[in-house]
Ligand binder design. Structure first.
Ligand code: ADP
Length: 209
């Protein structure tokens, strides 16, 4: 199964990507996480991407297209993959169509008002990328990653002003992808619920799993 997840920042897209990845036994590929790792490691990619990511804007298409083409041709993607955060623009979607055949696109729907509340409690692991929420998805030990024991952090781009810019960017550049994939007959949607497990059920249902 080659699957794309679409959803505004705070929709729970990353959490559902991890859940579907375990369930389907295929990798979840988060371009946001790949960029954050590159920025933390100070690689060439990280240097090019940092200002775009930290301001809440988009990293240029040519950089992202190169990055994803290289990632989906790796061995662990042979049975399929889940893309979390790519494509984010129509040119990215067109490039992806040329490179691989996508089976389905799942859009996780959420109202903008709900997003801000969720984002303020969000924490993530700088090392392995696992995501948590101080209210809805607490780690076993306060402030510590369940998977790798690192100290959890608030992402630099989760500050309220940057969240506002990311939301605008989503509506302007990424939401039009819904129409693009609907016309191809590939779009499914699930409404994000208060409880993570309920959203997971909706996602599985929308995908007919
Ligand atoms: P969220 O979905 O919570 O907004 P992500 O972790 O998916 O966050 O992405 C974080 C940031 O990384 C984005 O705001 C953007 O700057 C950059 N980014 C990630 N994926 C892409 C992409 N496909 N194209 C351009 N920029 C991207």
């Amino acid at each position: 199964m080659k699957l794309i997840l679409l959803g505004a920042p705070g929709s729970g897209k990353g959490t559902q990507a991890e859940h579907l990845s375990r369930r389907l036994d295929i990798p979840a590929i988060s371009t946001g996480q790949m960029l954050r790792e590159a920025i933390a490691a100070g690689t060439e990619l990280g240097k090019k991407a940092r200002l775009f990511v930290e301001s809440g804007g988009l990293v240029p298409d040519d950089i992202m297209i190169g990055l994803i083409q290289e990632r989906v041709t790796q061995n662990d993607c042979q049975k399929g993959f889940i893309l979390d955060g790519f494509p984010r623009t129509i040119p990215q979607a067109e490039a992806l169509d040329c490179a691989v055949g996508i089976d389905a696109v799942l859009s996780i729907e959420i109202a903008d008002e709900e997003i801000e509340r969720r984002m303020s409690g969000r924490r993530s692991c700088p090392k392995c990328g696992a995501s948590y929420h101080m209210e809805y998805r607490q780690p076993r030990q306060d402030g510590v990653c369940d998977n790798c024991g690192s100290a959890l952090e608030r992402r630099a781009d989760d500050e309220p002003e940057t969240v506002r810019v990311r939301l605008e960017t989503y509506h302007e550049n990424t939401a039009p992808l819904k129409g693009y994939y609907a016309r191809m007959g590939k779009l499914k949607s699930a409404v994000s619920q208060h409880a993570i497990e309920d959203t997971s059920q909706r996602c599985l249902g929308a995908l007919g799993l």
